[in-house]
Each structure stands twice: as C-alpha cells, then as structure tokens.
Design a protein around this ligand. Structure first.
Ligand code: SAM
Length: 282
C-alpha cells in the first residue's frame, strides 16, 4: 500500500491541522518537511532491513517513516502525550514500529532495547541535545552508531580539534566515545516551523574501545570539565577547582610533559588522558 509521504510539506500541514497540533517550542518541535533530508539521515545511518533503531522524538512520524521504509525495526520514544495517538494513525501499517511515551532522559534504555546492538537515529529536540548525547554515550549502552540532527553550532563543537573556540568538553566526550563526522548541513527551510539556527546531521560511530588509555574515566572527565570551566585560565590554575594544590598541579603537569601555562583548550585527548593519570598517581 502506498502511504502518504509525511515529509511532504502539504502532508505535514494536513496532519497538524487534522489533529489540531501546534508545534511546541518548549519541546523543540521542528518537524522535517524535506524528503531529501529524511533520505539523507537514513542513508547516513546505513539502515539495512532488520536493523534495530532507537529513535528519540518521532514527532508526527516523519523520520520514523523513512526508517521503517528502509526496513528498520524502530522503537521511538516521544515525550509529547498528544503524539502517540497521532503516530498510531500516521504510521498505521508499519508493523515494525513501536511507539513508547516518555522522556528519553528518564527512560531505562537498556530495559527498553535489550542487549542486542542497535543504532540511534533522531532529529533531536535542540533544548536537550547535550544531555541526550552524554546519556547515550556514558551509559555504555550497546549502541553501534548515533546519527542525529543537531544545531550546526553543536555539530562543529562535536568535531572540533584542540586550539579553537569550538573545542570543549563536548568535543572531548564525543571523540572519546565515538568517531564523529559532520555528514550533512541542513537549512532551516527543511523544517516546519523553521528553527532560528542552521542544522547538521552528525554521524558518530561508537568506538569499541577508547582511543586513549584512561585508568579512571570519572577522574578523566572531571579534569576535562574543570579545564574548560574557566577556559581562559592556564591548566595550572583551572584545575585548582578540583582541590589540587599548586605544587601537585605543577608536579602532575611536569610528569605528563605538559606546560602548566597552557590553556585546557589546547590539550589533545591524549594529553588530557596523560594529565589525568599523572594526577591520579601523585
Ligand atoms: N522526528 C520528528 C521529525 O524529524 O520531524 C520530530 C523532531 S522534533 C525536532 C523533536 C521531537 O522530540 C518532538 O517530537 C518532541 O516532542 C520530542 N521530544 C522533546 N523532548 C523530548 C524528550 N525529553 N524525550 C523524548 N522526546 C522528546
């Protein structure tokens, strides 16, 4: 049976009108109305028939339809209580789509998805992009790939290298857990309503093992966060916030072969790892 293409702007308008829906700014609702972008996300995720996918925020089912058409088995978690009823109709006939009501940040993803590897594909609500990404990464879930629409500015932070203004704790976390790539630039015109910002599709392949040796991940990320919290300060000063004395910090930096006068934003992932280990040993 040929289904109406939800990504078609006319079809989206019709669905919104028929269900008396008004895109909620508070919930970050900017629905995709560009088939090429839906296809681009699905292609980026290299969806094959039978792939298990967790979608975050299916909205009225636009991306969900693209995923289902490609043969994915989709579990989609949606916070807006009005939408499951809508999705039951817009996605009627797609047997392999399972809609779950709830907040992704409060969802037990492992209980929902189980231990079998899966991909995450989403047009994320921009107001909670970072907490969602960190939740997905830090919980060590059996995720193989995360393909998400994010603000262009966030995408640039995710792939930023040391030295630039975009490089920060998000860059370190994303690059520690995944191999990220900015796959597609997306114009505000591809959404209804159009967001005030440019967007991008990020393709993050989850690493089997971290790219650098880190003995204590908690300590590593504490050091990273502290270094960027006061990014104008030198490493020797910024890390005092963690309770280390000046001498301890100088000693750890010397041991790690890092000039304590450098700013955190110039340190590579490997240097952060060496510094965190040196601090743990002192
Ligand atoms: N996937 C649809 C699309 O591409 O057109 C909608 C994307 S829209 C940018 C983000 C979706 O996430 C909305 O449907 C919104 O209601 C939902 N959402 C917002 N916060 C959420 C949360 N904490 N947990 C789950 N879904 C959420």
């Amino acid at each position: 049976m040929l289904k109406p293409n939800i990504a078609d702007p006319g079809v989206t308008r019709h669905i919104l009108k028929a269900f008396d829906l008004h895109a909620s700014k508070r919930l970050g609702q900017n629905f995709l109305v560009h088939s090429g972008t839906v296809a681009g996300v699905v292609q980026t995720a290299e969806i094959r028939p039978g792939d298990r996918v967790l979608e975050i925020g299916p909205g009225i089912g636009t991306l969900t339809q693209g995923l289902a058409e490609a043969g994915a088995v989709v579990t989609a978690v949606e916070l807006d209580k009005k939408l499951p009823t809508v999705l039951a109709q817009t996605l009627d006939g797609y047997e392999k789509v399972h809609i779950v009501g709830g907040d992704i940040l409060k969802t037990d993803i492992l209980a929902l998805m189980g231990e079998t590897p899966f991909k995450v594909v989403a047009n994320l609500p921009y107001y909670i992009t970072t907490p969602i990404l960190l939740t997905l990464l830090e919980r060590r879930l059996p995720i193989t790939r995360i393909v998400t629409m994010v603000q262009r500015e966030v995408a640039e932070r995710m792939v930023a290298m040391p030295g630039g203004r975009d490089y920060g704790s998000l860059s370190v976390a994303v690059q520690y857990y995944t191999a990220p790539r900015l796959a597609l630039a997306v114009s505000p015109r591809c959404f209804f309503p159009p967001p005030a910002v440019e967007s991008a599709v990020m393709d993050c392949i989850v690493r089997q093992a971290p790219p650098v040796a880190v003995a204590d991940e908690k300590q590593f990320f504490r050091v990273v966060r502290a270094a960027f919290e006061q990014r104008r300060k030198t490493i020797g000063n910024a890390l005092k916030i963690l309770g280390f004395s000046r001498d301890t910090l100088q000693g750890a930096c010397a041991r790690a072969g890092i000039d304590a006068m450098r700013r955190g934003e110039t340190l590579s992932l490997a240097e952060f790892a060496t510094l965190a280990s040196a601090l743990a040993e002192i």
